[in-house]
Design a protein around this ligand. Structure first.
Ligand code: GAL
Length: 685
């Protein structure tokens, strides 16, 4: 998969989301001037404003945004223009109810909120194409426009589509994928519970069925289909925009949400990917009282995922204020957190950070989603923080375009991502392991990338990583197995966890010893397996005198080759005590580890220690677990970014002289980071 490696922005820039249609026109100019004074150079507009350009079917009006764009050009503000398809107008949904998405039982989602359309309605595609064509043709050459955002947050709100158009398109998708009903019946294991189809007209998107027993292979294909539908709808728009945009202007969309192959979406439709980062959700959904959760620091995991799609990305919406649609009550960011979260994005590769939103709406569903300014429009601490951030961004501009450096990679692929959405076993395993892997890597300051495997992934892409972890790659294909074997043979280190290689591409369990297609590489196999039930005691394994928990699931392993060495055995009061839990096998110049459990913080840190991978940048600085680090590299230049997520000050120790980019001073030795403070150092000169 070709990944766009170059940054879209020449320098780090700040922006905000502005809704001219929410405000009296007399506010526009003072707003834009005030933004510029605070370092905001770009606004995103228009993504929910279909009615303003097509108030009636086929009647196009451009005055409203022309007036705004004239002003933007006069004051020197850059603009990202949104296509409005996330919110179809009432005239449209009333006249063409077939464009609406439906609940699984067929009830249509009516007008009154957003994202209530379906991707597959021919009518919606036609009307979307027309409005995008009109917008592109009319505004495409405006000098202030620098980029286009397609729709808004594909697959947010819902990732499930059950309209009649979806069923028709699903049948076409399956005909293309399988060619015949015989093949479909085979792939779906339709003989089970007498589900075989004898006519394509009998095939539907999943419908309301009794209990939770819908065919899992049908679900897996359905998620693949939703992904295809999303990409097709995005491409419909990007193909049109390409005809009109100025050279150098970019096309993006903002995310990221599930049930879509974001990598292919980006490759096929976009110039750059942008992400919407709301770390304060951690204080609503997380467990703030629990010391071991990383709260807002966990957003680095999402940023790591975004970086895999697009190493130099943008943040289209960066949280600026307290969140709170109807039914949600979130705290306001504490002093310093807005800056911290912006720096978190920048540390992971964002070259554009745009705050959601300029001023809090005084009406509508999001009256409690707070922007930079509050309803009163008066100066406030968020605006002060924005000013400081601007000064900061200017001071650290030289890091723009530098690459994030990670020696550790988390392997993923969309077949497995989608399968884990369908298969409860897979879902639980991967969710636990990825969380623990991320936390352990964070606490030991081991920067990690996500690496997506595709049929065309090259060995060179994998060789960048000293260690790759495939926690539970249940679906395995010949070509991926071959690629992983080559990576190991040529000196790589691969770690696989329980249930790897358990399934084939259709999600059927393989009739072979597990890890299936990887068994000849690992030289190990699984004799038995079990969940650790809620009533069971945790099962430890003993490794070099350490007792380490083996998580939610245990595979009892067997070493099946000369090079396979048992490193750790289960112990405790369990019937498989003494049996292998972790096997290391040398293959060619590299090695592979087969671990029978789900990854826990303890097992990951023991593995990282064993491989000499914990604190890989330990020669630069000693950093407490409370702080995250990022190392960025551009040619000969290297940078160290340190982020303190806590209220308490943290002491770090710089082991070599570095330049603090904020004040251009040389520093070495002990430095104290205040609450939520971040530092950016140039390491070498
Ligand atoms: C995003 C969305 C914005 C706004 C924001 C705050 O998900 O793109 O339009 O809704 O969240 O809720």
């Amino acid at each position: 998969m070709e990944i766009k490696q170059k940054s879209t922005w020449e320098k780090v820039e700040l922006g905000t989301c502005y809704y001219p249609e929410h405000w009296d026109k007399s506010l526009w100019e003072p707003d834009l001037r005030r933004m510029l004074e605070h370092g905001i150079t770009t606004v995103r507009i228009a993504e929910f404003a279909w009615n303003l350009t097509e108030p009636e079917e086929g009647v196009y009006t451009f005055d409203f945004f022309d007036e705004f764009l004239d002003l933007a050009e006069r004051v020197g503000m850059k603009v990202i223009f949104g296509t409005p398809t996330a919110t179809p107008p009432a005239w449209l949904t009333e006249k063409y109810p077939e464009v609406l998405n439906a609940r699984r039982d067929g009830v249509l989602y009516r007008h009154g909120t957003r994202r209530h359309y379906n991707y597959n309605s021919k009518k919606y595609q036609e009307l979307s194409a027309k409005i995008v064509e009109q917008l592109g043709a009319h505004y495409g050459k405006r000098p202030c426009i620098v980029g286009w955002q397609i729709d808004n947050e594909f697959n947010c709100e819902t990732q499930q589509f059950y309209s009649e158009s979806d069923t028709i398109a699903f049948r076409e998708f399956l005909q293309e994928r399988y060619g015949s009903l015989e093949e479909l019946n085979r792939a779906w294991g339709a003989v089970f519970w007498n589900q075989s189809y004898t006519d394509w007209a009998q095939v539907y998107v999943p419908r309301t069925t009794y209990g939770d027993g819908t065919n899992p292979h049908q679900w897996l294909d359905y998620i693949r289909f939703v992904s295809e539908s999303t990409i097709r709808f995005c491409k419909l728009q990007s193909d049109i925009l390409r005809k009109y945009i100025k050279p150098g202007d970019f096309i993006t969309t903002n995310g990221m949400f599930g049930s879509v192959d974001n990598h292919r979406l980006t490759r096929d439709c976009l110039d750059v990917y942008t992400y919407d980062s709301y770390p304060n959700f951690a204080y609503v959904w997380g467990d703030p009282k629990h010391n071991n959760t990383l709260l807002d620091r966990k957003w680095s995991r999402h940023l790591m995922e975004v970086r895999s799609v697009c190493p130099h990305f943008g943040i289209m919406e960066q949280q600026a204020g307290a969140g709170g649609s109807v039914g949600m009550d979130a705290p306001a960011p504490k002093p310093g957190q807005m800056m911290l979260w912006a720096m978190q994005s920048i540390a992971h590769g964002a070259d554009y950070v745009s705050f959601f939103r300029w001023r809090t709406a005084t009406f509508g569903t999001e009256i409690y989603w707070h922007g930079l300014l509050d309803y009163d429009n008066l100066p406030n601490r968020k605006m002060d923080e924005l000013k400081k951030l601007h000064a900061r961004v200017e001071a650290i501009q030289e890091i723009a375009g530098s690459d994030y450096v990670a020696p550790l990679g988390l392997l993923k692929d969309y077949d497995n991502v989608f399968d884990s959405q369908v298969d409860a076993w897979h879902g639980k395993l991967i969710s636990a392991s990825e969380t623990e892997l991320f936390v352990a890597a964070q606490l030991s300051h081991t920067p990690m990338d996500t690496v997506y495997l595709y049929e065309g992934t090259s060995l060179e892409e994998l060789k960048k990583y000293r260690v790759l972890v495939l926690p539970h790659g249940e679906i395995m294909t010949e070509s991926k197995a071959r690629l992983l074997e080559n990576y190991v043979r040529q000196g790589g280190c691969l770690i696989v966890g329980a249930r790897t290689g358990q399934k084939d591409i259709d999600g059927h369990c393989v009739m072979a010893p597990v890890p299936g297609l990887l068994a000849s590489l690992t030289q190990s196999s699984v004799k038995e397996f079990t969940w650790i039930g809620p009533g069971d005691d945790p099962v430890p394994m003993e490794w070099n005198g350490r007792s380490l928990e083996t998580g939610l699931f245990n595979e009892v392993l067997t070493a099946a080759g000369e090079e396979a060495k048992v490193l750790a055995r289960y112990n405790g009061d369990i019937w498989y005590t003494g049996e292998p839990a972790l096997i290391e096998t040398k293959v060619g110049d590299g090695k592979v580890f087969h671990f029978g459990g789900t990854f826990t913080r303890g097992t990951v840190s023991a593995l990282l220690d064993y491989l000499g991978m914990a604190e890989p940048f330990g020669e630069l600085a000693q950093i407490p677990a409370e702080c995250e680090i990022a190392v960025r590299r551009k040619g000969e230049k290297e940078y160290l970014i340190v982020l303190n997520y806590g209220k308490k000050p943290q002491e770090i120790f710089l082991k070599q002289p570095m330049v603090d980019l904020d004040n251009r001073c040389d520093v070495e030795g002990t430095v104290v980071l205040g609450s939520y403070e971040t530092k950016v150092y140039r390491i070498n000169g």
